[in-house]
Structure formats: C-alpha cells, structure tokens
Design a protein around this ligand. Structure first.
Ligand code: NAD
Length: 351
C-alpha cells in the first residue's frame, strides 16, 4: 500500500521460485538436487542444524561432495572465501543450505561467485531464502546488494526444522519477518500484490505467534507461522527496504549484533516514527492488529527474555550519533524524511 504513490504506474516483478512446503518436505531434498542435475552437492549448515544436515548427508550418499558448517551472521567475506575453497576443492555443482539466514546468506554468496544452483532449507523465519538480497560484511561495514541471480531457485519449508528454535529466537525471528511485511506496506514501490502478501503475513504472524510461544512444540501453529514468514520474505523480495532495515544493517554491521534481536527491538520504534506519515498503512495495520499496532508489536518485543534495548545488546550510547549520520547520509527510501537528529532521537528511544 503505497501512501505516497502518485505516478499511478506500479511495477511488480516475481522471481522464478519452486517451493516445497509441509511436514516432511525435507525428505524431498535429494530428489530436488537430482532435478537440478546435481551430482556433487556442497552442504552448508549451521551447527544448530547438525541433525537434519546429517540426515540429508546420509540420504545424498555419494551425491554429497563436501560439507561446510561454519556460516557466520552477516556473511563475513573471509568465511565466504573459506567456503569457496571447500566448494572448489570438492568440485561442487550445487549448494544446499540448511539453517537460518546465516547459512542461506553464505549459499547466496557462494552462488553469486560461482553460479552454482541453490536449494535453501530455512530453520528460522528470517525470510532470506526467497529474496535476491545479500548483505556481506567486510571490516565492520555491511553492504547489501540485490541481484536476481542470488535468489535460491528451490526452497524447502519443513516446519519440523523450526521446532528446535528456542522461545527467544522464535519470537525475535518472527518479529524479523514481521518487519519485512510492515516495511513492505509503507514501501514506495508497494503494489496490490505486495500489499496482499504483507497483510496476510502480518495477520498470520500476529495471530499465530502467541500460540507458538504458548506451546512451541505444537507443529500446526509452527507450520502456520512458517507460512506467514514465507510471505513476509516475499514482501522483502518485492519491495525496497526503508529506514527499519537500514538501521538494522548499519547497527548490525558496525557492532556485530544478533540479527533477529536487533530487528525485534527496533521495529516498534520505527513503526512509531513512520506510521504518522502513512495513515492508510496505519489504518490497515490497526484493522489487522485489532487496535494500536505499535502497542501490539511493542508488547511482543518487550516479551523477549533476552535483550530488548540497544544498550542491552551492547551498543554504546556514544555510537548512536555516528550510526544516525551514516543512515542519514545515504538513506534508503522511507515514507518519512529522517535527518541525523531525528534518527539519533529514534535510536536513543531504542537504547
Ligand atoms: P542465524 O542464521 O544467524 O541463526 C541465529 C542462531 O540461531 C544461530 O546460532 C543458529 O545456529 C541458530 N539457529 C538457527 N535455526 C535454528 C533452529 N531451528 N533451532 C535452533 N537454533 C537455530 O539467524 P537468522 O536471524 O535466521 O539470520 C540472520 C542472517 O540472515 C543475517 O546475516 C541477516 O543479514 C541475514 N538475512 C538476510 C536476508 C536477506 O534477504 N538477504 C533476510 C533476513 C536475514
């Protein structure tokens, strides 16, 4: 829903994508790599996904060429170089990534450098698996690029793989997904299609997340939440990111912060800042939330048992101004103009 659209012409682009979703979908992965003509799979996984990665390695048998289990948050280029050497030594012809956005980001970085086809198997709600975006970190600076060639061609959503997420990660990762949808609703390049995806995913996350938190082992609610997060990822793929994602990129890169917790704590503050400038989006969110959307998201974010402020995440107060200046110097498109003073105020509230 673009409050600021005035030219009347919108462009909606959808990337080619094959999605397998449902309980047990992970057992289809060997058939999917075969379908891609792959004979030498590089399996990238986080240590948290060791169980399903071992299971897949056994199922691939001789089709497994190598494993790399060292993905790191924010895709540092030195880790990508290490993984690239493993892929080259093994003669890999396909990458399968099992894990959160860190594993999936590494597979994108490898594919971007080699052209290898990717199968992404997410274990969190981060949404990276359906986007053509890649953020890479070098010397404390995170740069983001967007290229259709980076997007995985096949995504496998198996809710079973989300059951191991601790409660805190479940909450913050779902709020990370929510941020994609909320920011898509106020994006300048929003379309009827992205509005539909965003509304459905906001509704799905706000209604299902409390049920999942109440009973994290209940698979049906987990499956619904994963579907809502899938739609949220599509929102991120289809619209340009604004102030919320820019703040997360700048702070995350500069202070090496945990991605999902950072998104979760920033979201209510950025919503409070932007929503007065986008009344139609604010009304839509209020309808979906059944009341004040900022209060609803704030309640969820404050319910996290881990860090809920930038101070608790370890960001020094005297670092806020410099981060704000970096954001203001090269701003992502945002519905409300934000100079360095306004951004510093916002960050101080979140601190
Ligand atoms: P992550 O992949 O860094 O995982 C966080 C922690 O949770 C890790 O310790 C991981 O091992 C663990 N974990 C993951 N899944 C688990 C599970 N099912 N059970 C138990 N533990 C589990 O975190 P993330 O939030 O998924 O991803 C963050 C990264 O993804 C960042 O680098 C971010 O920039 C990137 N990202 C990119 C996009 C994009 O479109 N390019 C979108 C979202 C996130």
């Amino acid at each position: 829903m673009s409050d600021s659209a005035s030219s009347g012409v919108t462009v909606h682009e959808t990337l080619p994508l094959r999605v397998l979703a449902g309980l047990g979908a992970r057992h289809e992965i060997p058939r999917e790599t075969e379908r891609l003509g792959a004979e030498r799979v590089l399996l990238v996984s986080t240590r948290s996904a060791r169980g399903p990665a071992d299971e897949l390695a056994a199922a691939l048998g001789p089709g497994l060429a190598a494993r790399f289990d060292g993905p790191v948050v924010h895709t540092p280029v030195e880790v990508t170089r290490e993984a690239l050497a493993v892929a080259e030594r093994a003669g890999a012809d396909c990458v399968v990534a099992i894990g959160g956005g860190s594993a999936i980001g590494l597979a994108k970085a490898l594919s971007g450098r080699t052209g290898l086809p990717q199968v992404a198997v997410p274990t969190t709600y981060a949404g990276s698996e359906v986007t053509p975006n890649l953020g890479e970190t070098e010397n404390g600076v995170k740069t983001t690029r967007r290229d259709p060639a980076l997007a995985p061609g096949t995504v496998v959503y198996d809710p079973q793989l989300t059951l191991t997420m601790p409660k805190g990660l479940t909450l913050t990762s779902a709020l990370n997904a929510l941020a994609h949808s909320v920011e898509a609703l106020w994006a300048r390049d929003a379309t009827a299609a992205s509005d539909g995806l965003a509304s459905e995913s906001v509704d799905g996350i706000l209604t299902t997340l409390p049920a999942v938190l109440a009973d994290p082992a209940e698979i049906t609610a987990r499956e619904r939440l994963q579907s809502a997060a899938w739609l949220a990822g599509l929102c991120l793929a289809q619209t340009r990111m604004g102030l919320h994602h820019q703040l997360a990129h700048v702070l995350g890169g500069a202070f090496d912060l945990p991605h999902a917790e950072l998104h979760a704590l920033l979201l209510p503050h950025v919503m409070g800042f932007n929503l007065p400038a986008v009344p139609r989006t604010a009304e839509r969110l209020a309808r979906i939330a059944g009341g004040d959307p900022v209060a609803a998201v704030s309640r969820l974010a404050r319910g996290h048992e881990g860090p809920t402020t930038l101070a608790e995440l370890g960001v020094p107060r005297d670092g806020l101004r410099e981060a704000a200046e970096r954001v203001a110097a090269n701003p992502y498109p945002n519905p409300r103009a934000a100079d360095a003073d306004a951004i510093t105020d916002l960050l101080r509230q979140a601190w």
